[in-house]
Ligand binder design. Sequence first.
Ligand code: FAD
Length: 384
Amino acid sequence: MNTHFDIAIIGAGPAGCVAALTLRNSGLKVALIDKDIFPRDKICGDAIPGPAFKAMEKINPLWAEDMKKLGTSYLIKTGQVTAPNGKTMKLDWVTFSYNSKRIDFDNYLLELVKKETNTTILENKRMQDVLLDNEKGTCFFTDNTNVEASLIIACDGANSVVRRKLAKEITNNEHACSAVRAYYKDVTGIQAGVNEFHFFNELLPGYFWIFPLDNGWVNIGFGILQKKIAGTKRPVNLRHALNKIITEMPSIAPRFENATMMHDIKSFGLPLGMQQFNISGKRFMLCGDAASLIDPLQGHGIDHAMNSGHIAGLQAIKCFASKQFNAEFMQEYDRDVYKKIGGELSRNTFLLRLLSRAPWLLNLVTIIGQHQRFIERIVRFLKI
Ligand SMILES: Cc1cc2nc3c(=O)[nH]c(=O)nc-3n(C[C@H](O)[C@H](O)[C@H](O)COP(=O)(O)OP(=O)(O)OC[C@H]3O[C@@H](n4cnc5c(N)ncnc54)[C@H](O)[C@@H]3O)c2cc1C
């Protein structure tokens, strides 16, 4: 195996695949490296947000159209929010969106990279360390091999090794969220095309979701800010919370009476984009979850991962064209990412903090939300 590449992309999730797709005609030697063998599961709500299709459209409109076809069996048109007072509000989304199990969606993206690019794909290769010198970065793997590259694009998710070793900025717990996910079958009361979000007084500011999938499966989960899990007088245990919701909450439990669990409860972190920090440096860029770009209010990050992967690919082309890899030149990447999604992240950080301090606002919103014009304004405001 040739171990020197122009670019090493670490992580073949949505950010990594889109970075590789963006580099398809660059003439650069690119490696896309992942610790897993695909198809692989990714703990997620499986809701593919509208802007993810727009991100793909920028790379190739035909691929965006093709990507749309993957989930036509489970299009989502409405988000239904149930507030702690039991009142329900329906938001009809204006963007195209579907639910797709990440095992399928991520595999689809990687297959596209295999089909449409000359990228060298290395699976089953877990990176454990990275070192930089003046000419290159060296990535070290647990199988005792290493890969050298002039530039590293870190798409290695919430527990990014590259971020830990090279960016070193510590995100405090206030900016992270944890969630559990499970798959069930035969849950009653499922409405076609509707993703459900449920809030309960005793579990604020977290929420419980039910997202329908094909074949009668549903993706369910519960997520909450990490500061509510540890370091409080009444820490929340996520698995207990999820089990309690589906066995005891009067509005939910009857719907699970005859349901079957199809996949264990699994937990994972969501690095929320509640603070802007340096997401690049000499010879590296961080994308997606590695850069903490998840929307703090709605918890979606696939679209932001794809957008940042695309911007990183474009920045990489500029780096090689001008032979500049210094931290100052890389700052253009930070500026472009935050220009694209920074406004949305700041606004939704503000809204999350507001709802955390005044959860009664949720009740108020669902009461006013009975009026159609108010709903239309929320949809326009949140761009969903
Ligand atoms: C419970 C939960 C529910 C969510 N629900 C939604 C939702 O419904 N919609 C939505 O848009 N977002 C959701 N998100 C967020 C979304 O999953 C992420 O924002 C998105 O996956 C980020 O993509 P990424 O490419 O940055 O990282 P990932 O998708 O995490 O991909 C990272 C890749 O890097 C690989 N990797 C990691 N470490 C290494 C290593 N050391 N060496 C080599 N490879 C490595 C991994 O195997 C993985 O393939 C949810 C997250 C969670 C935890």
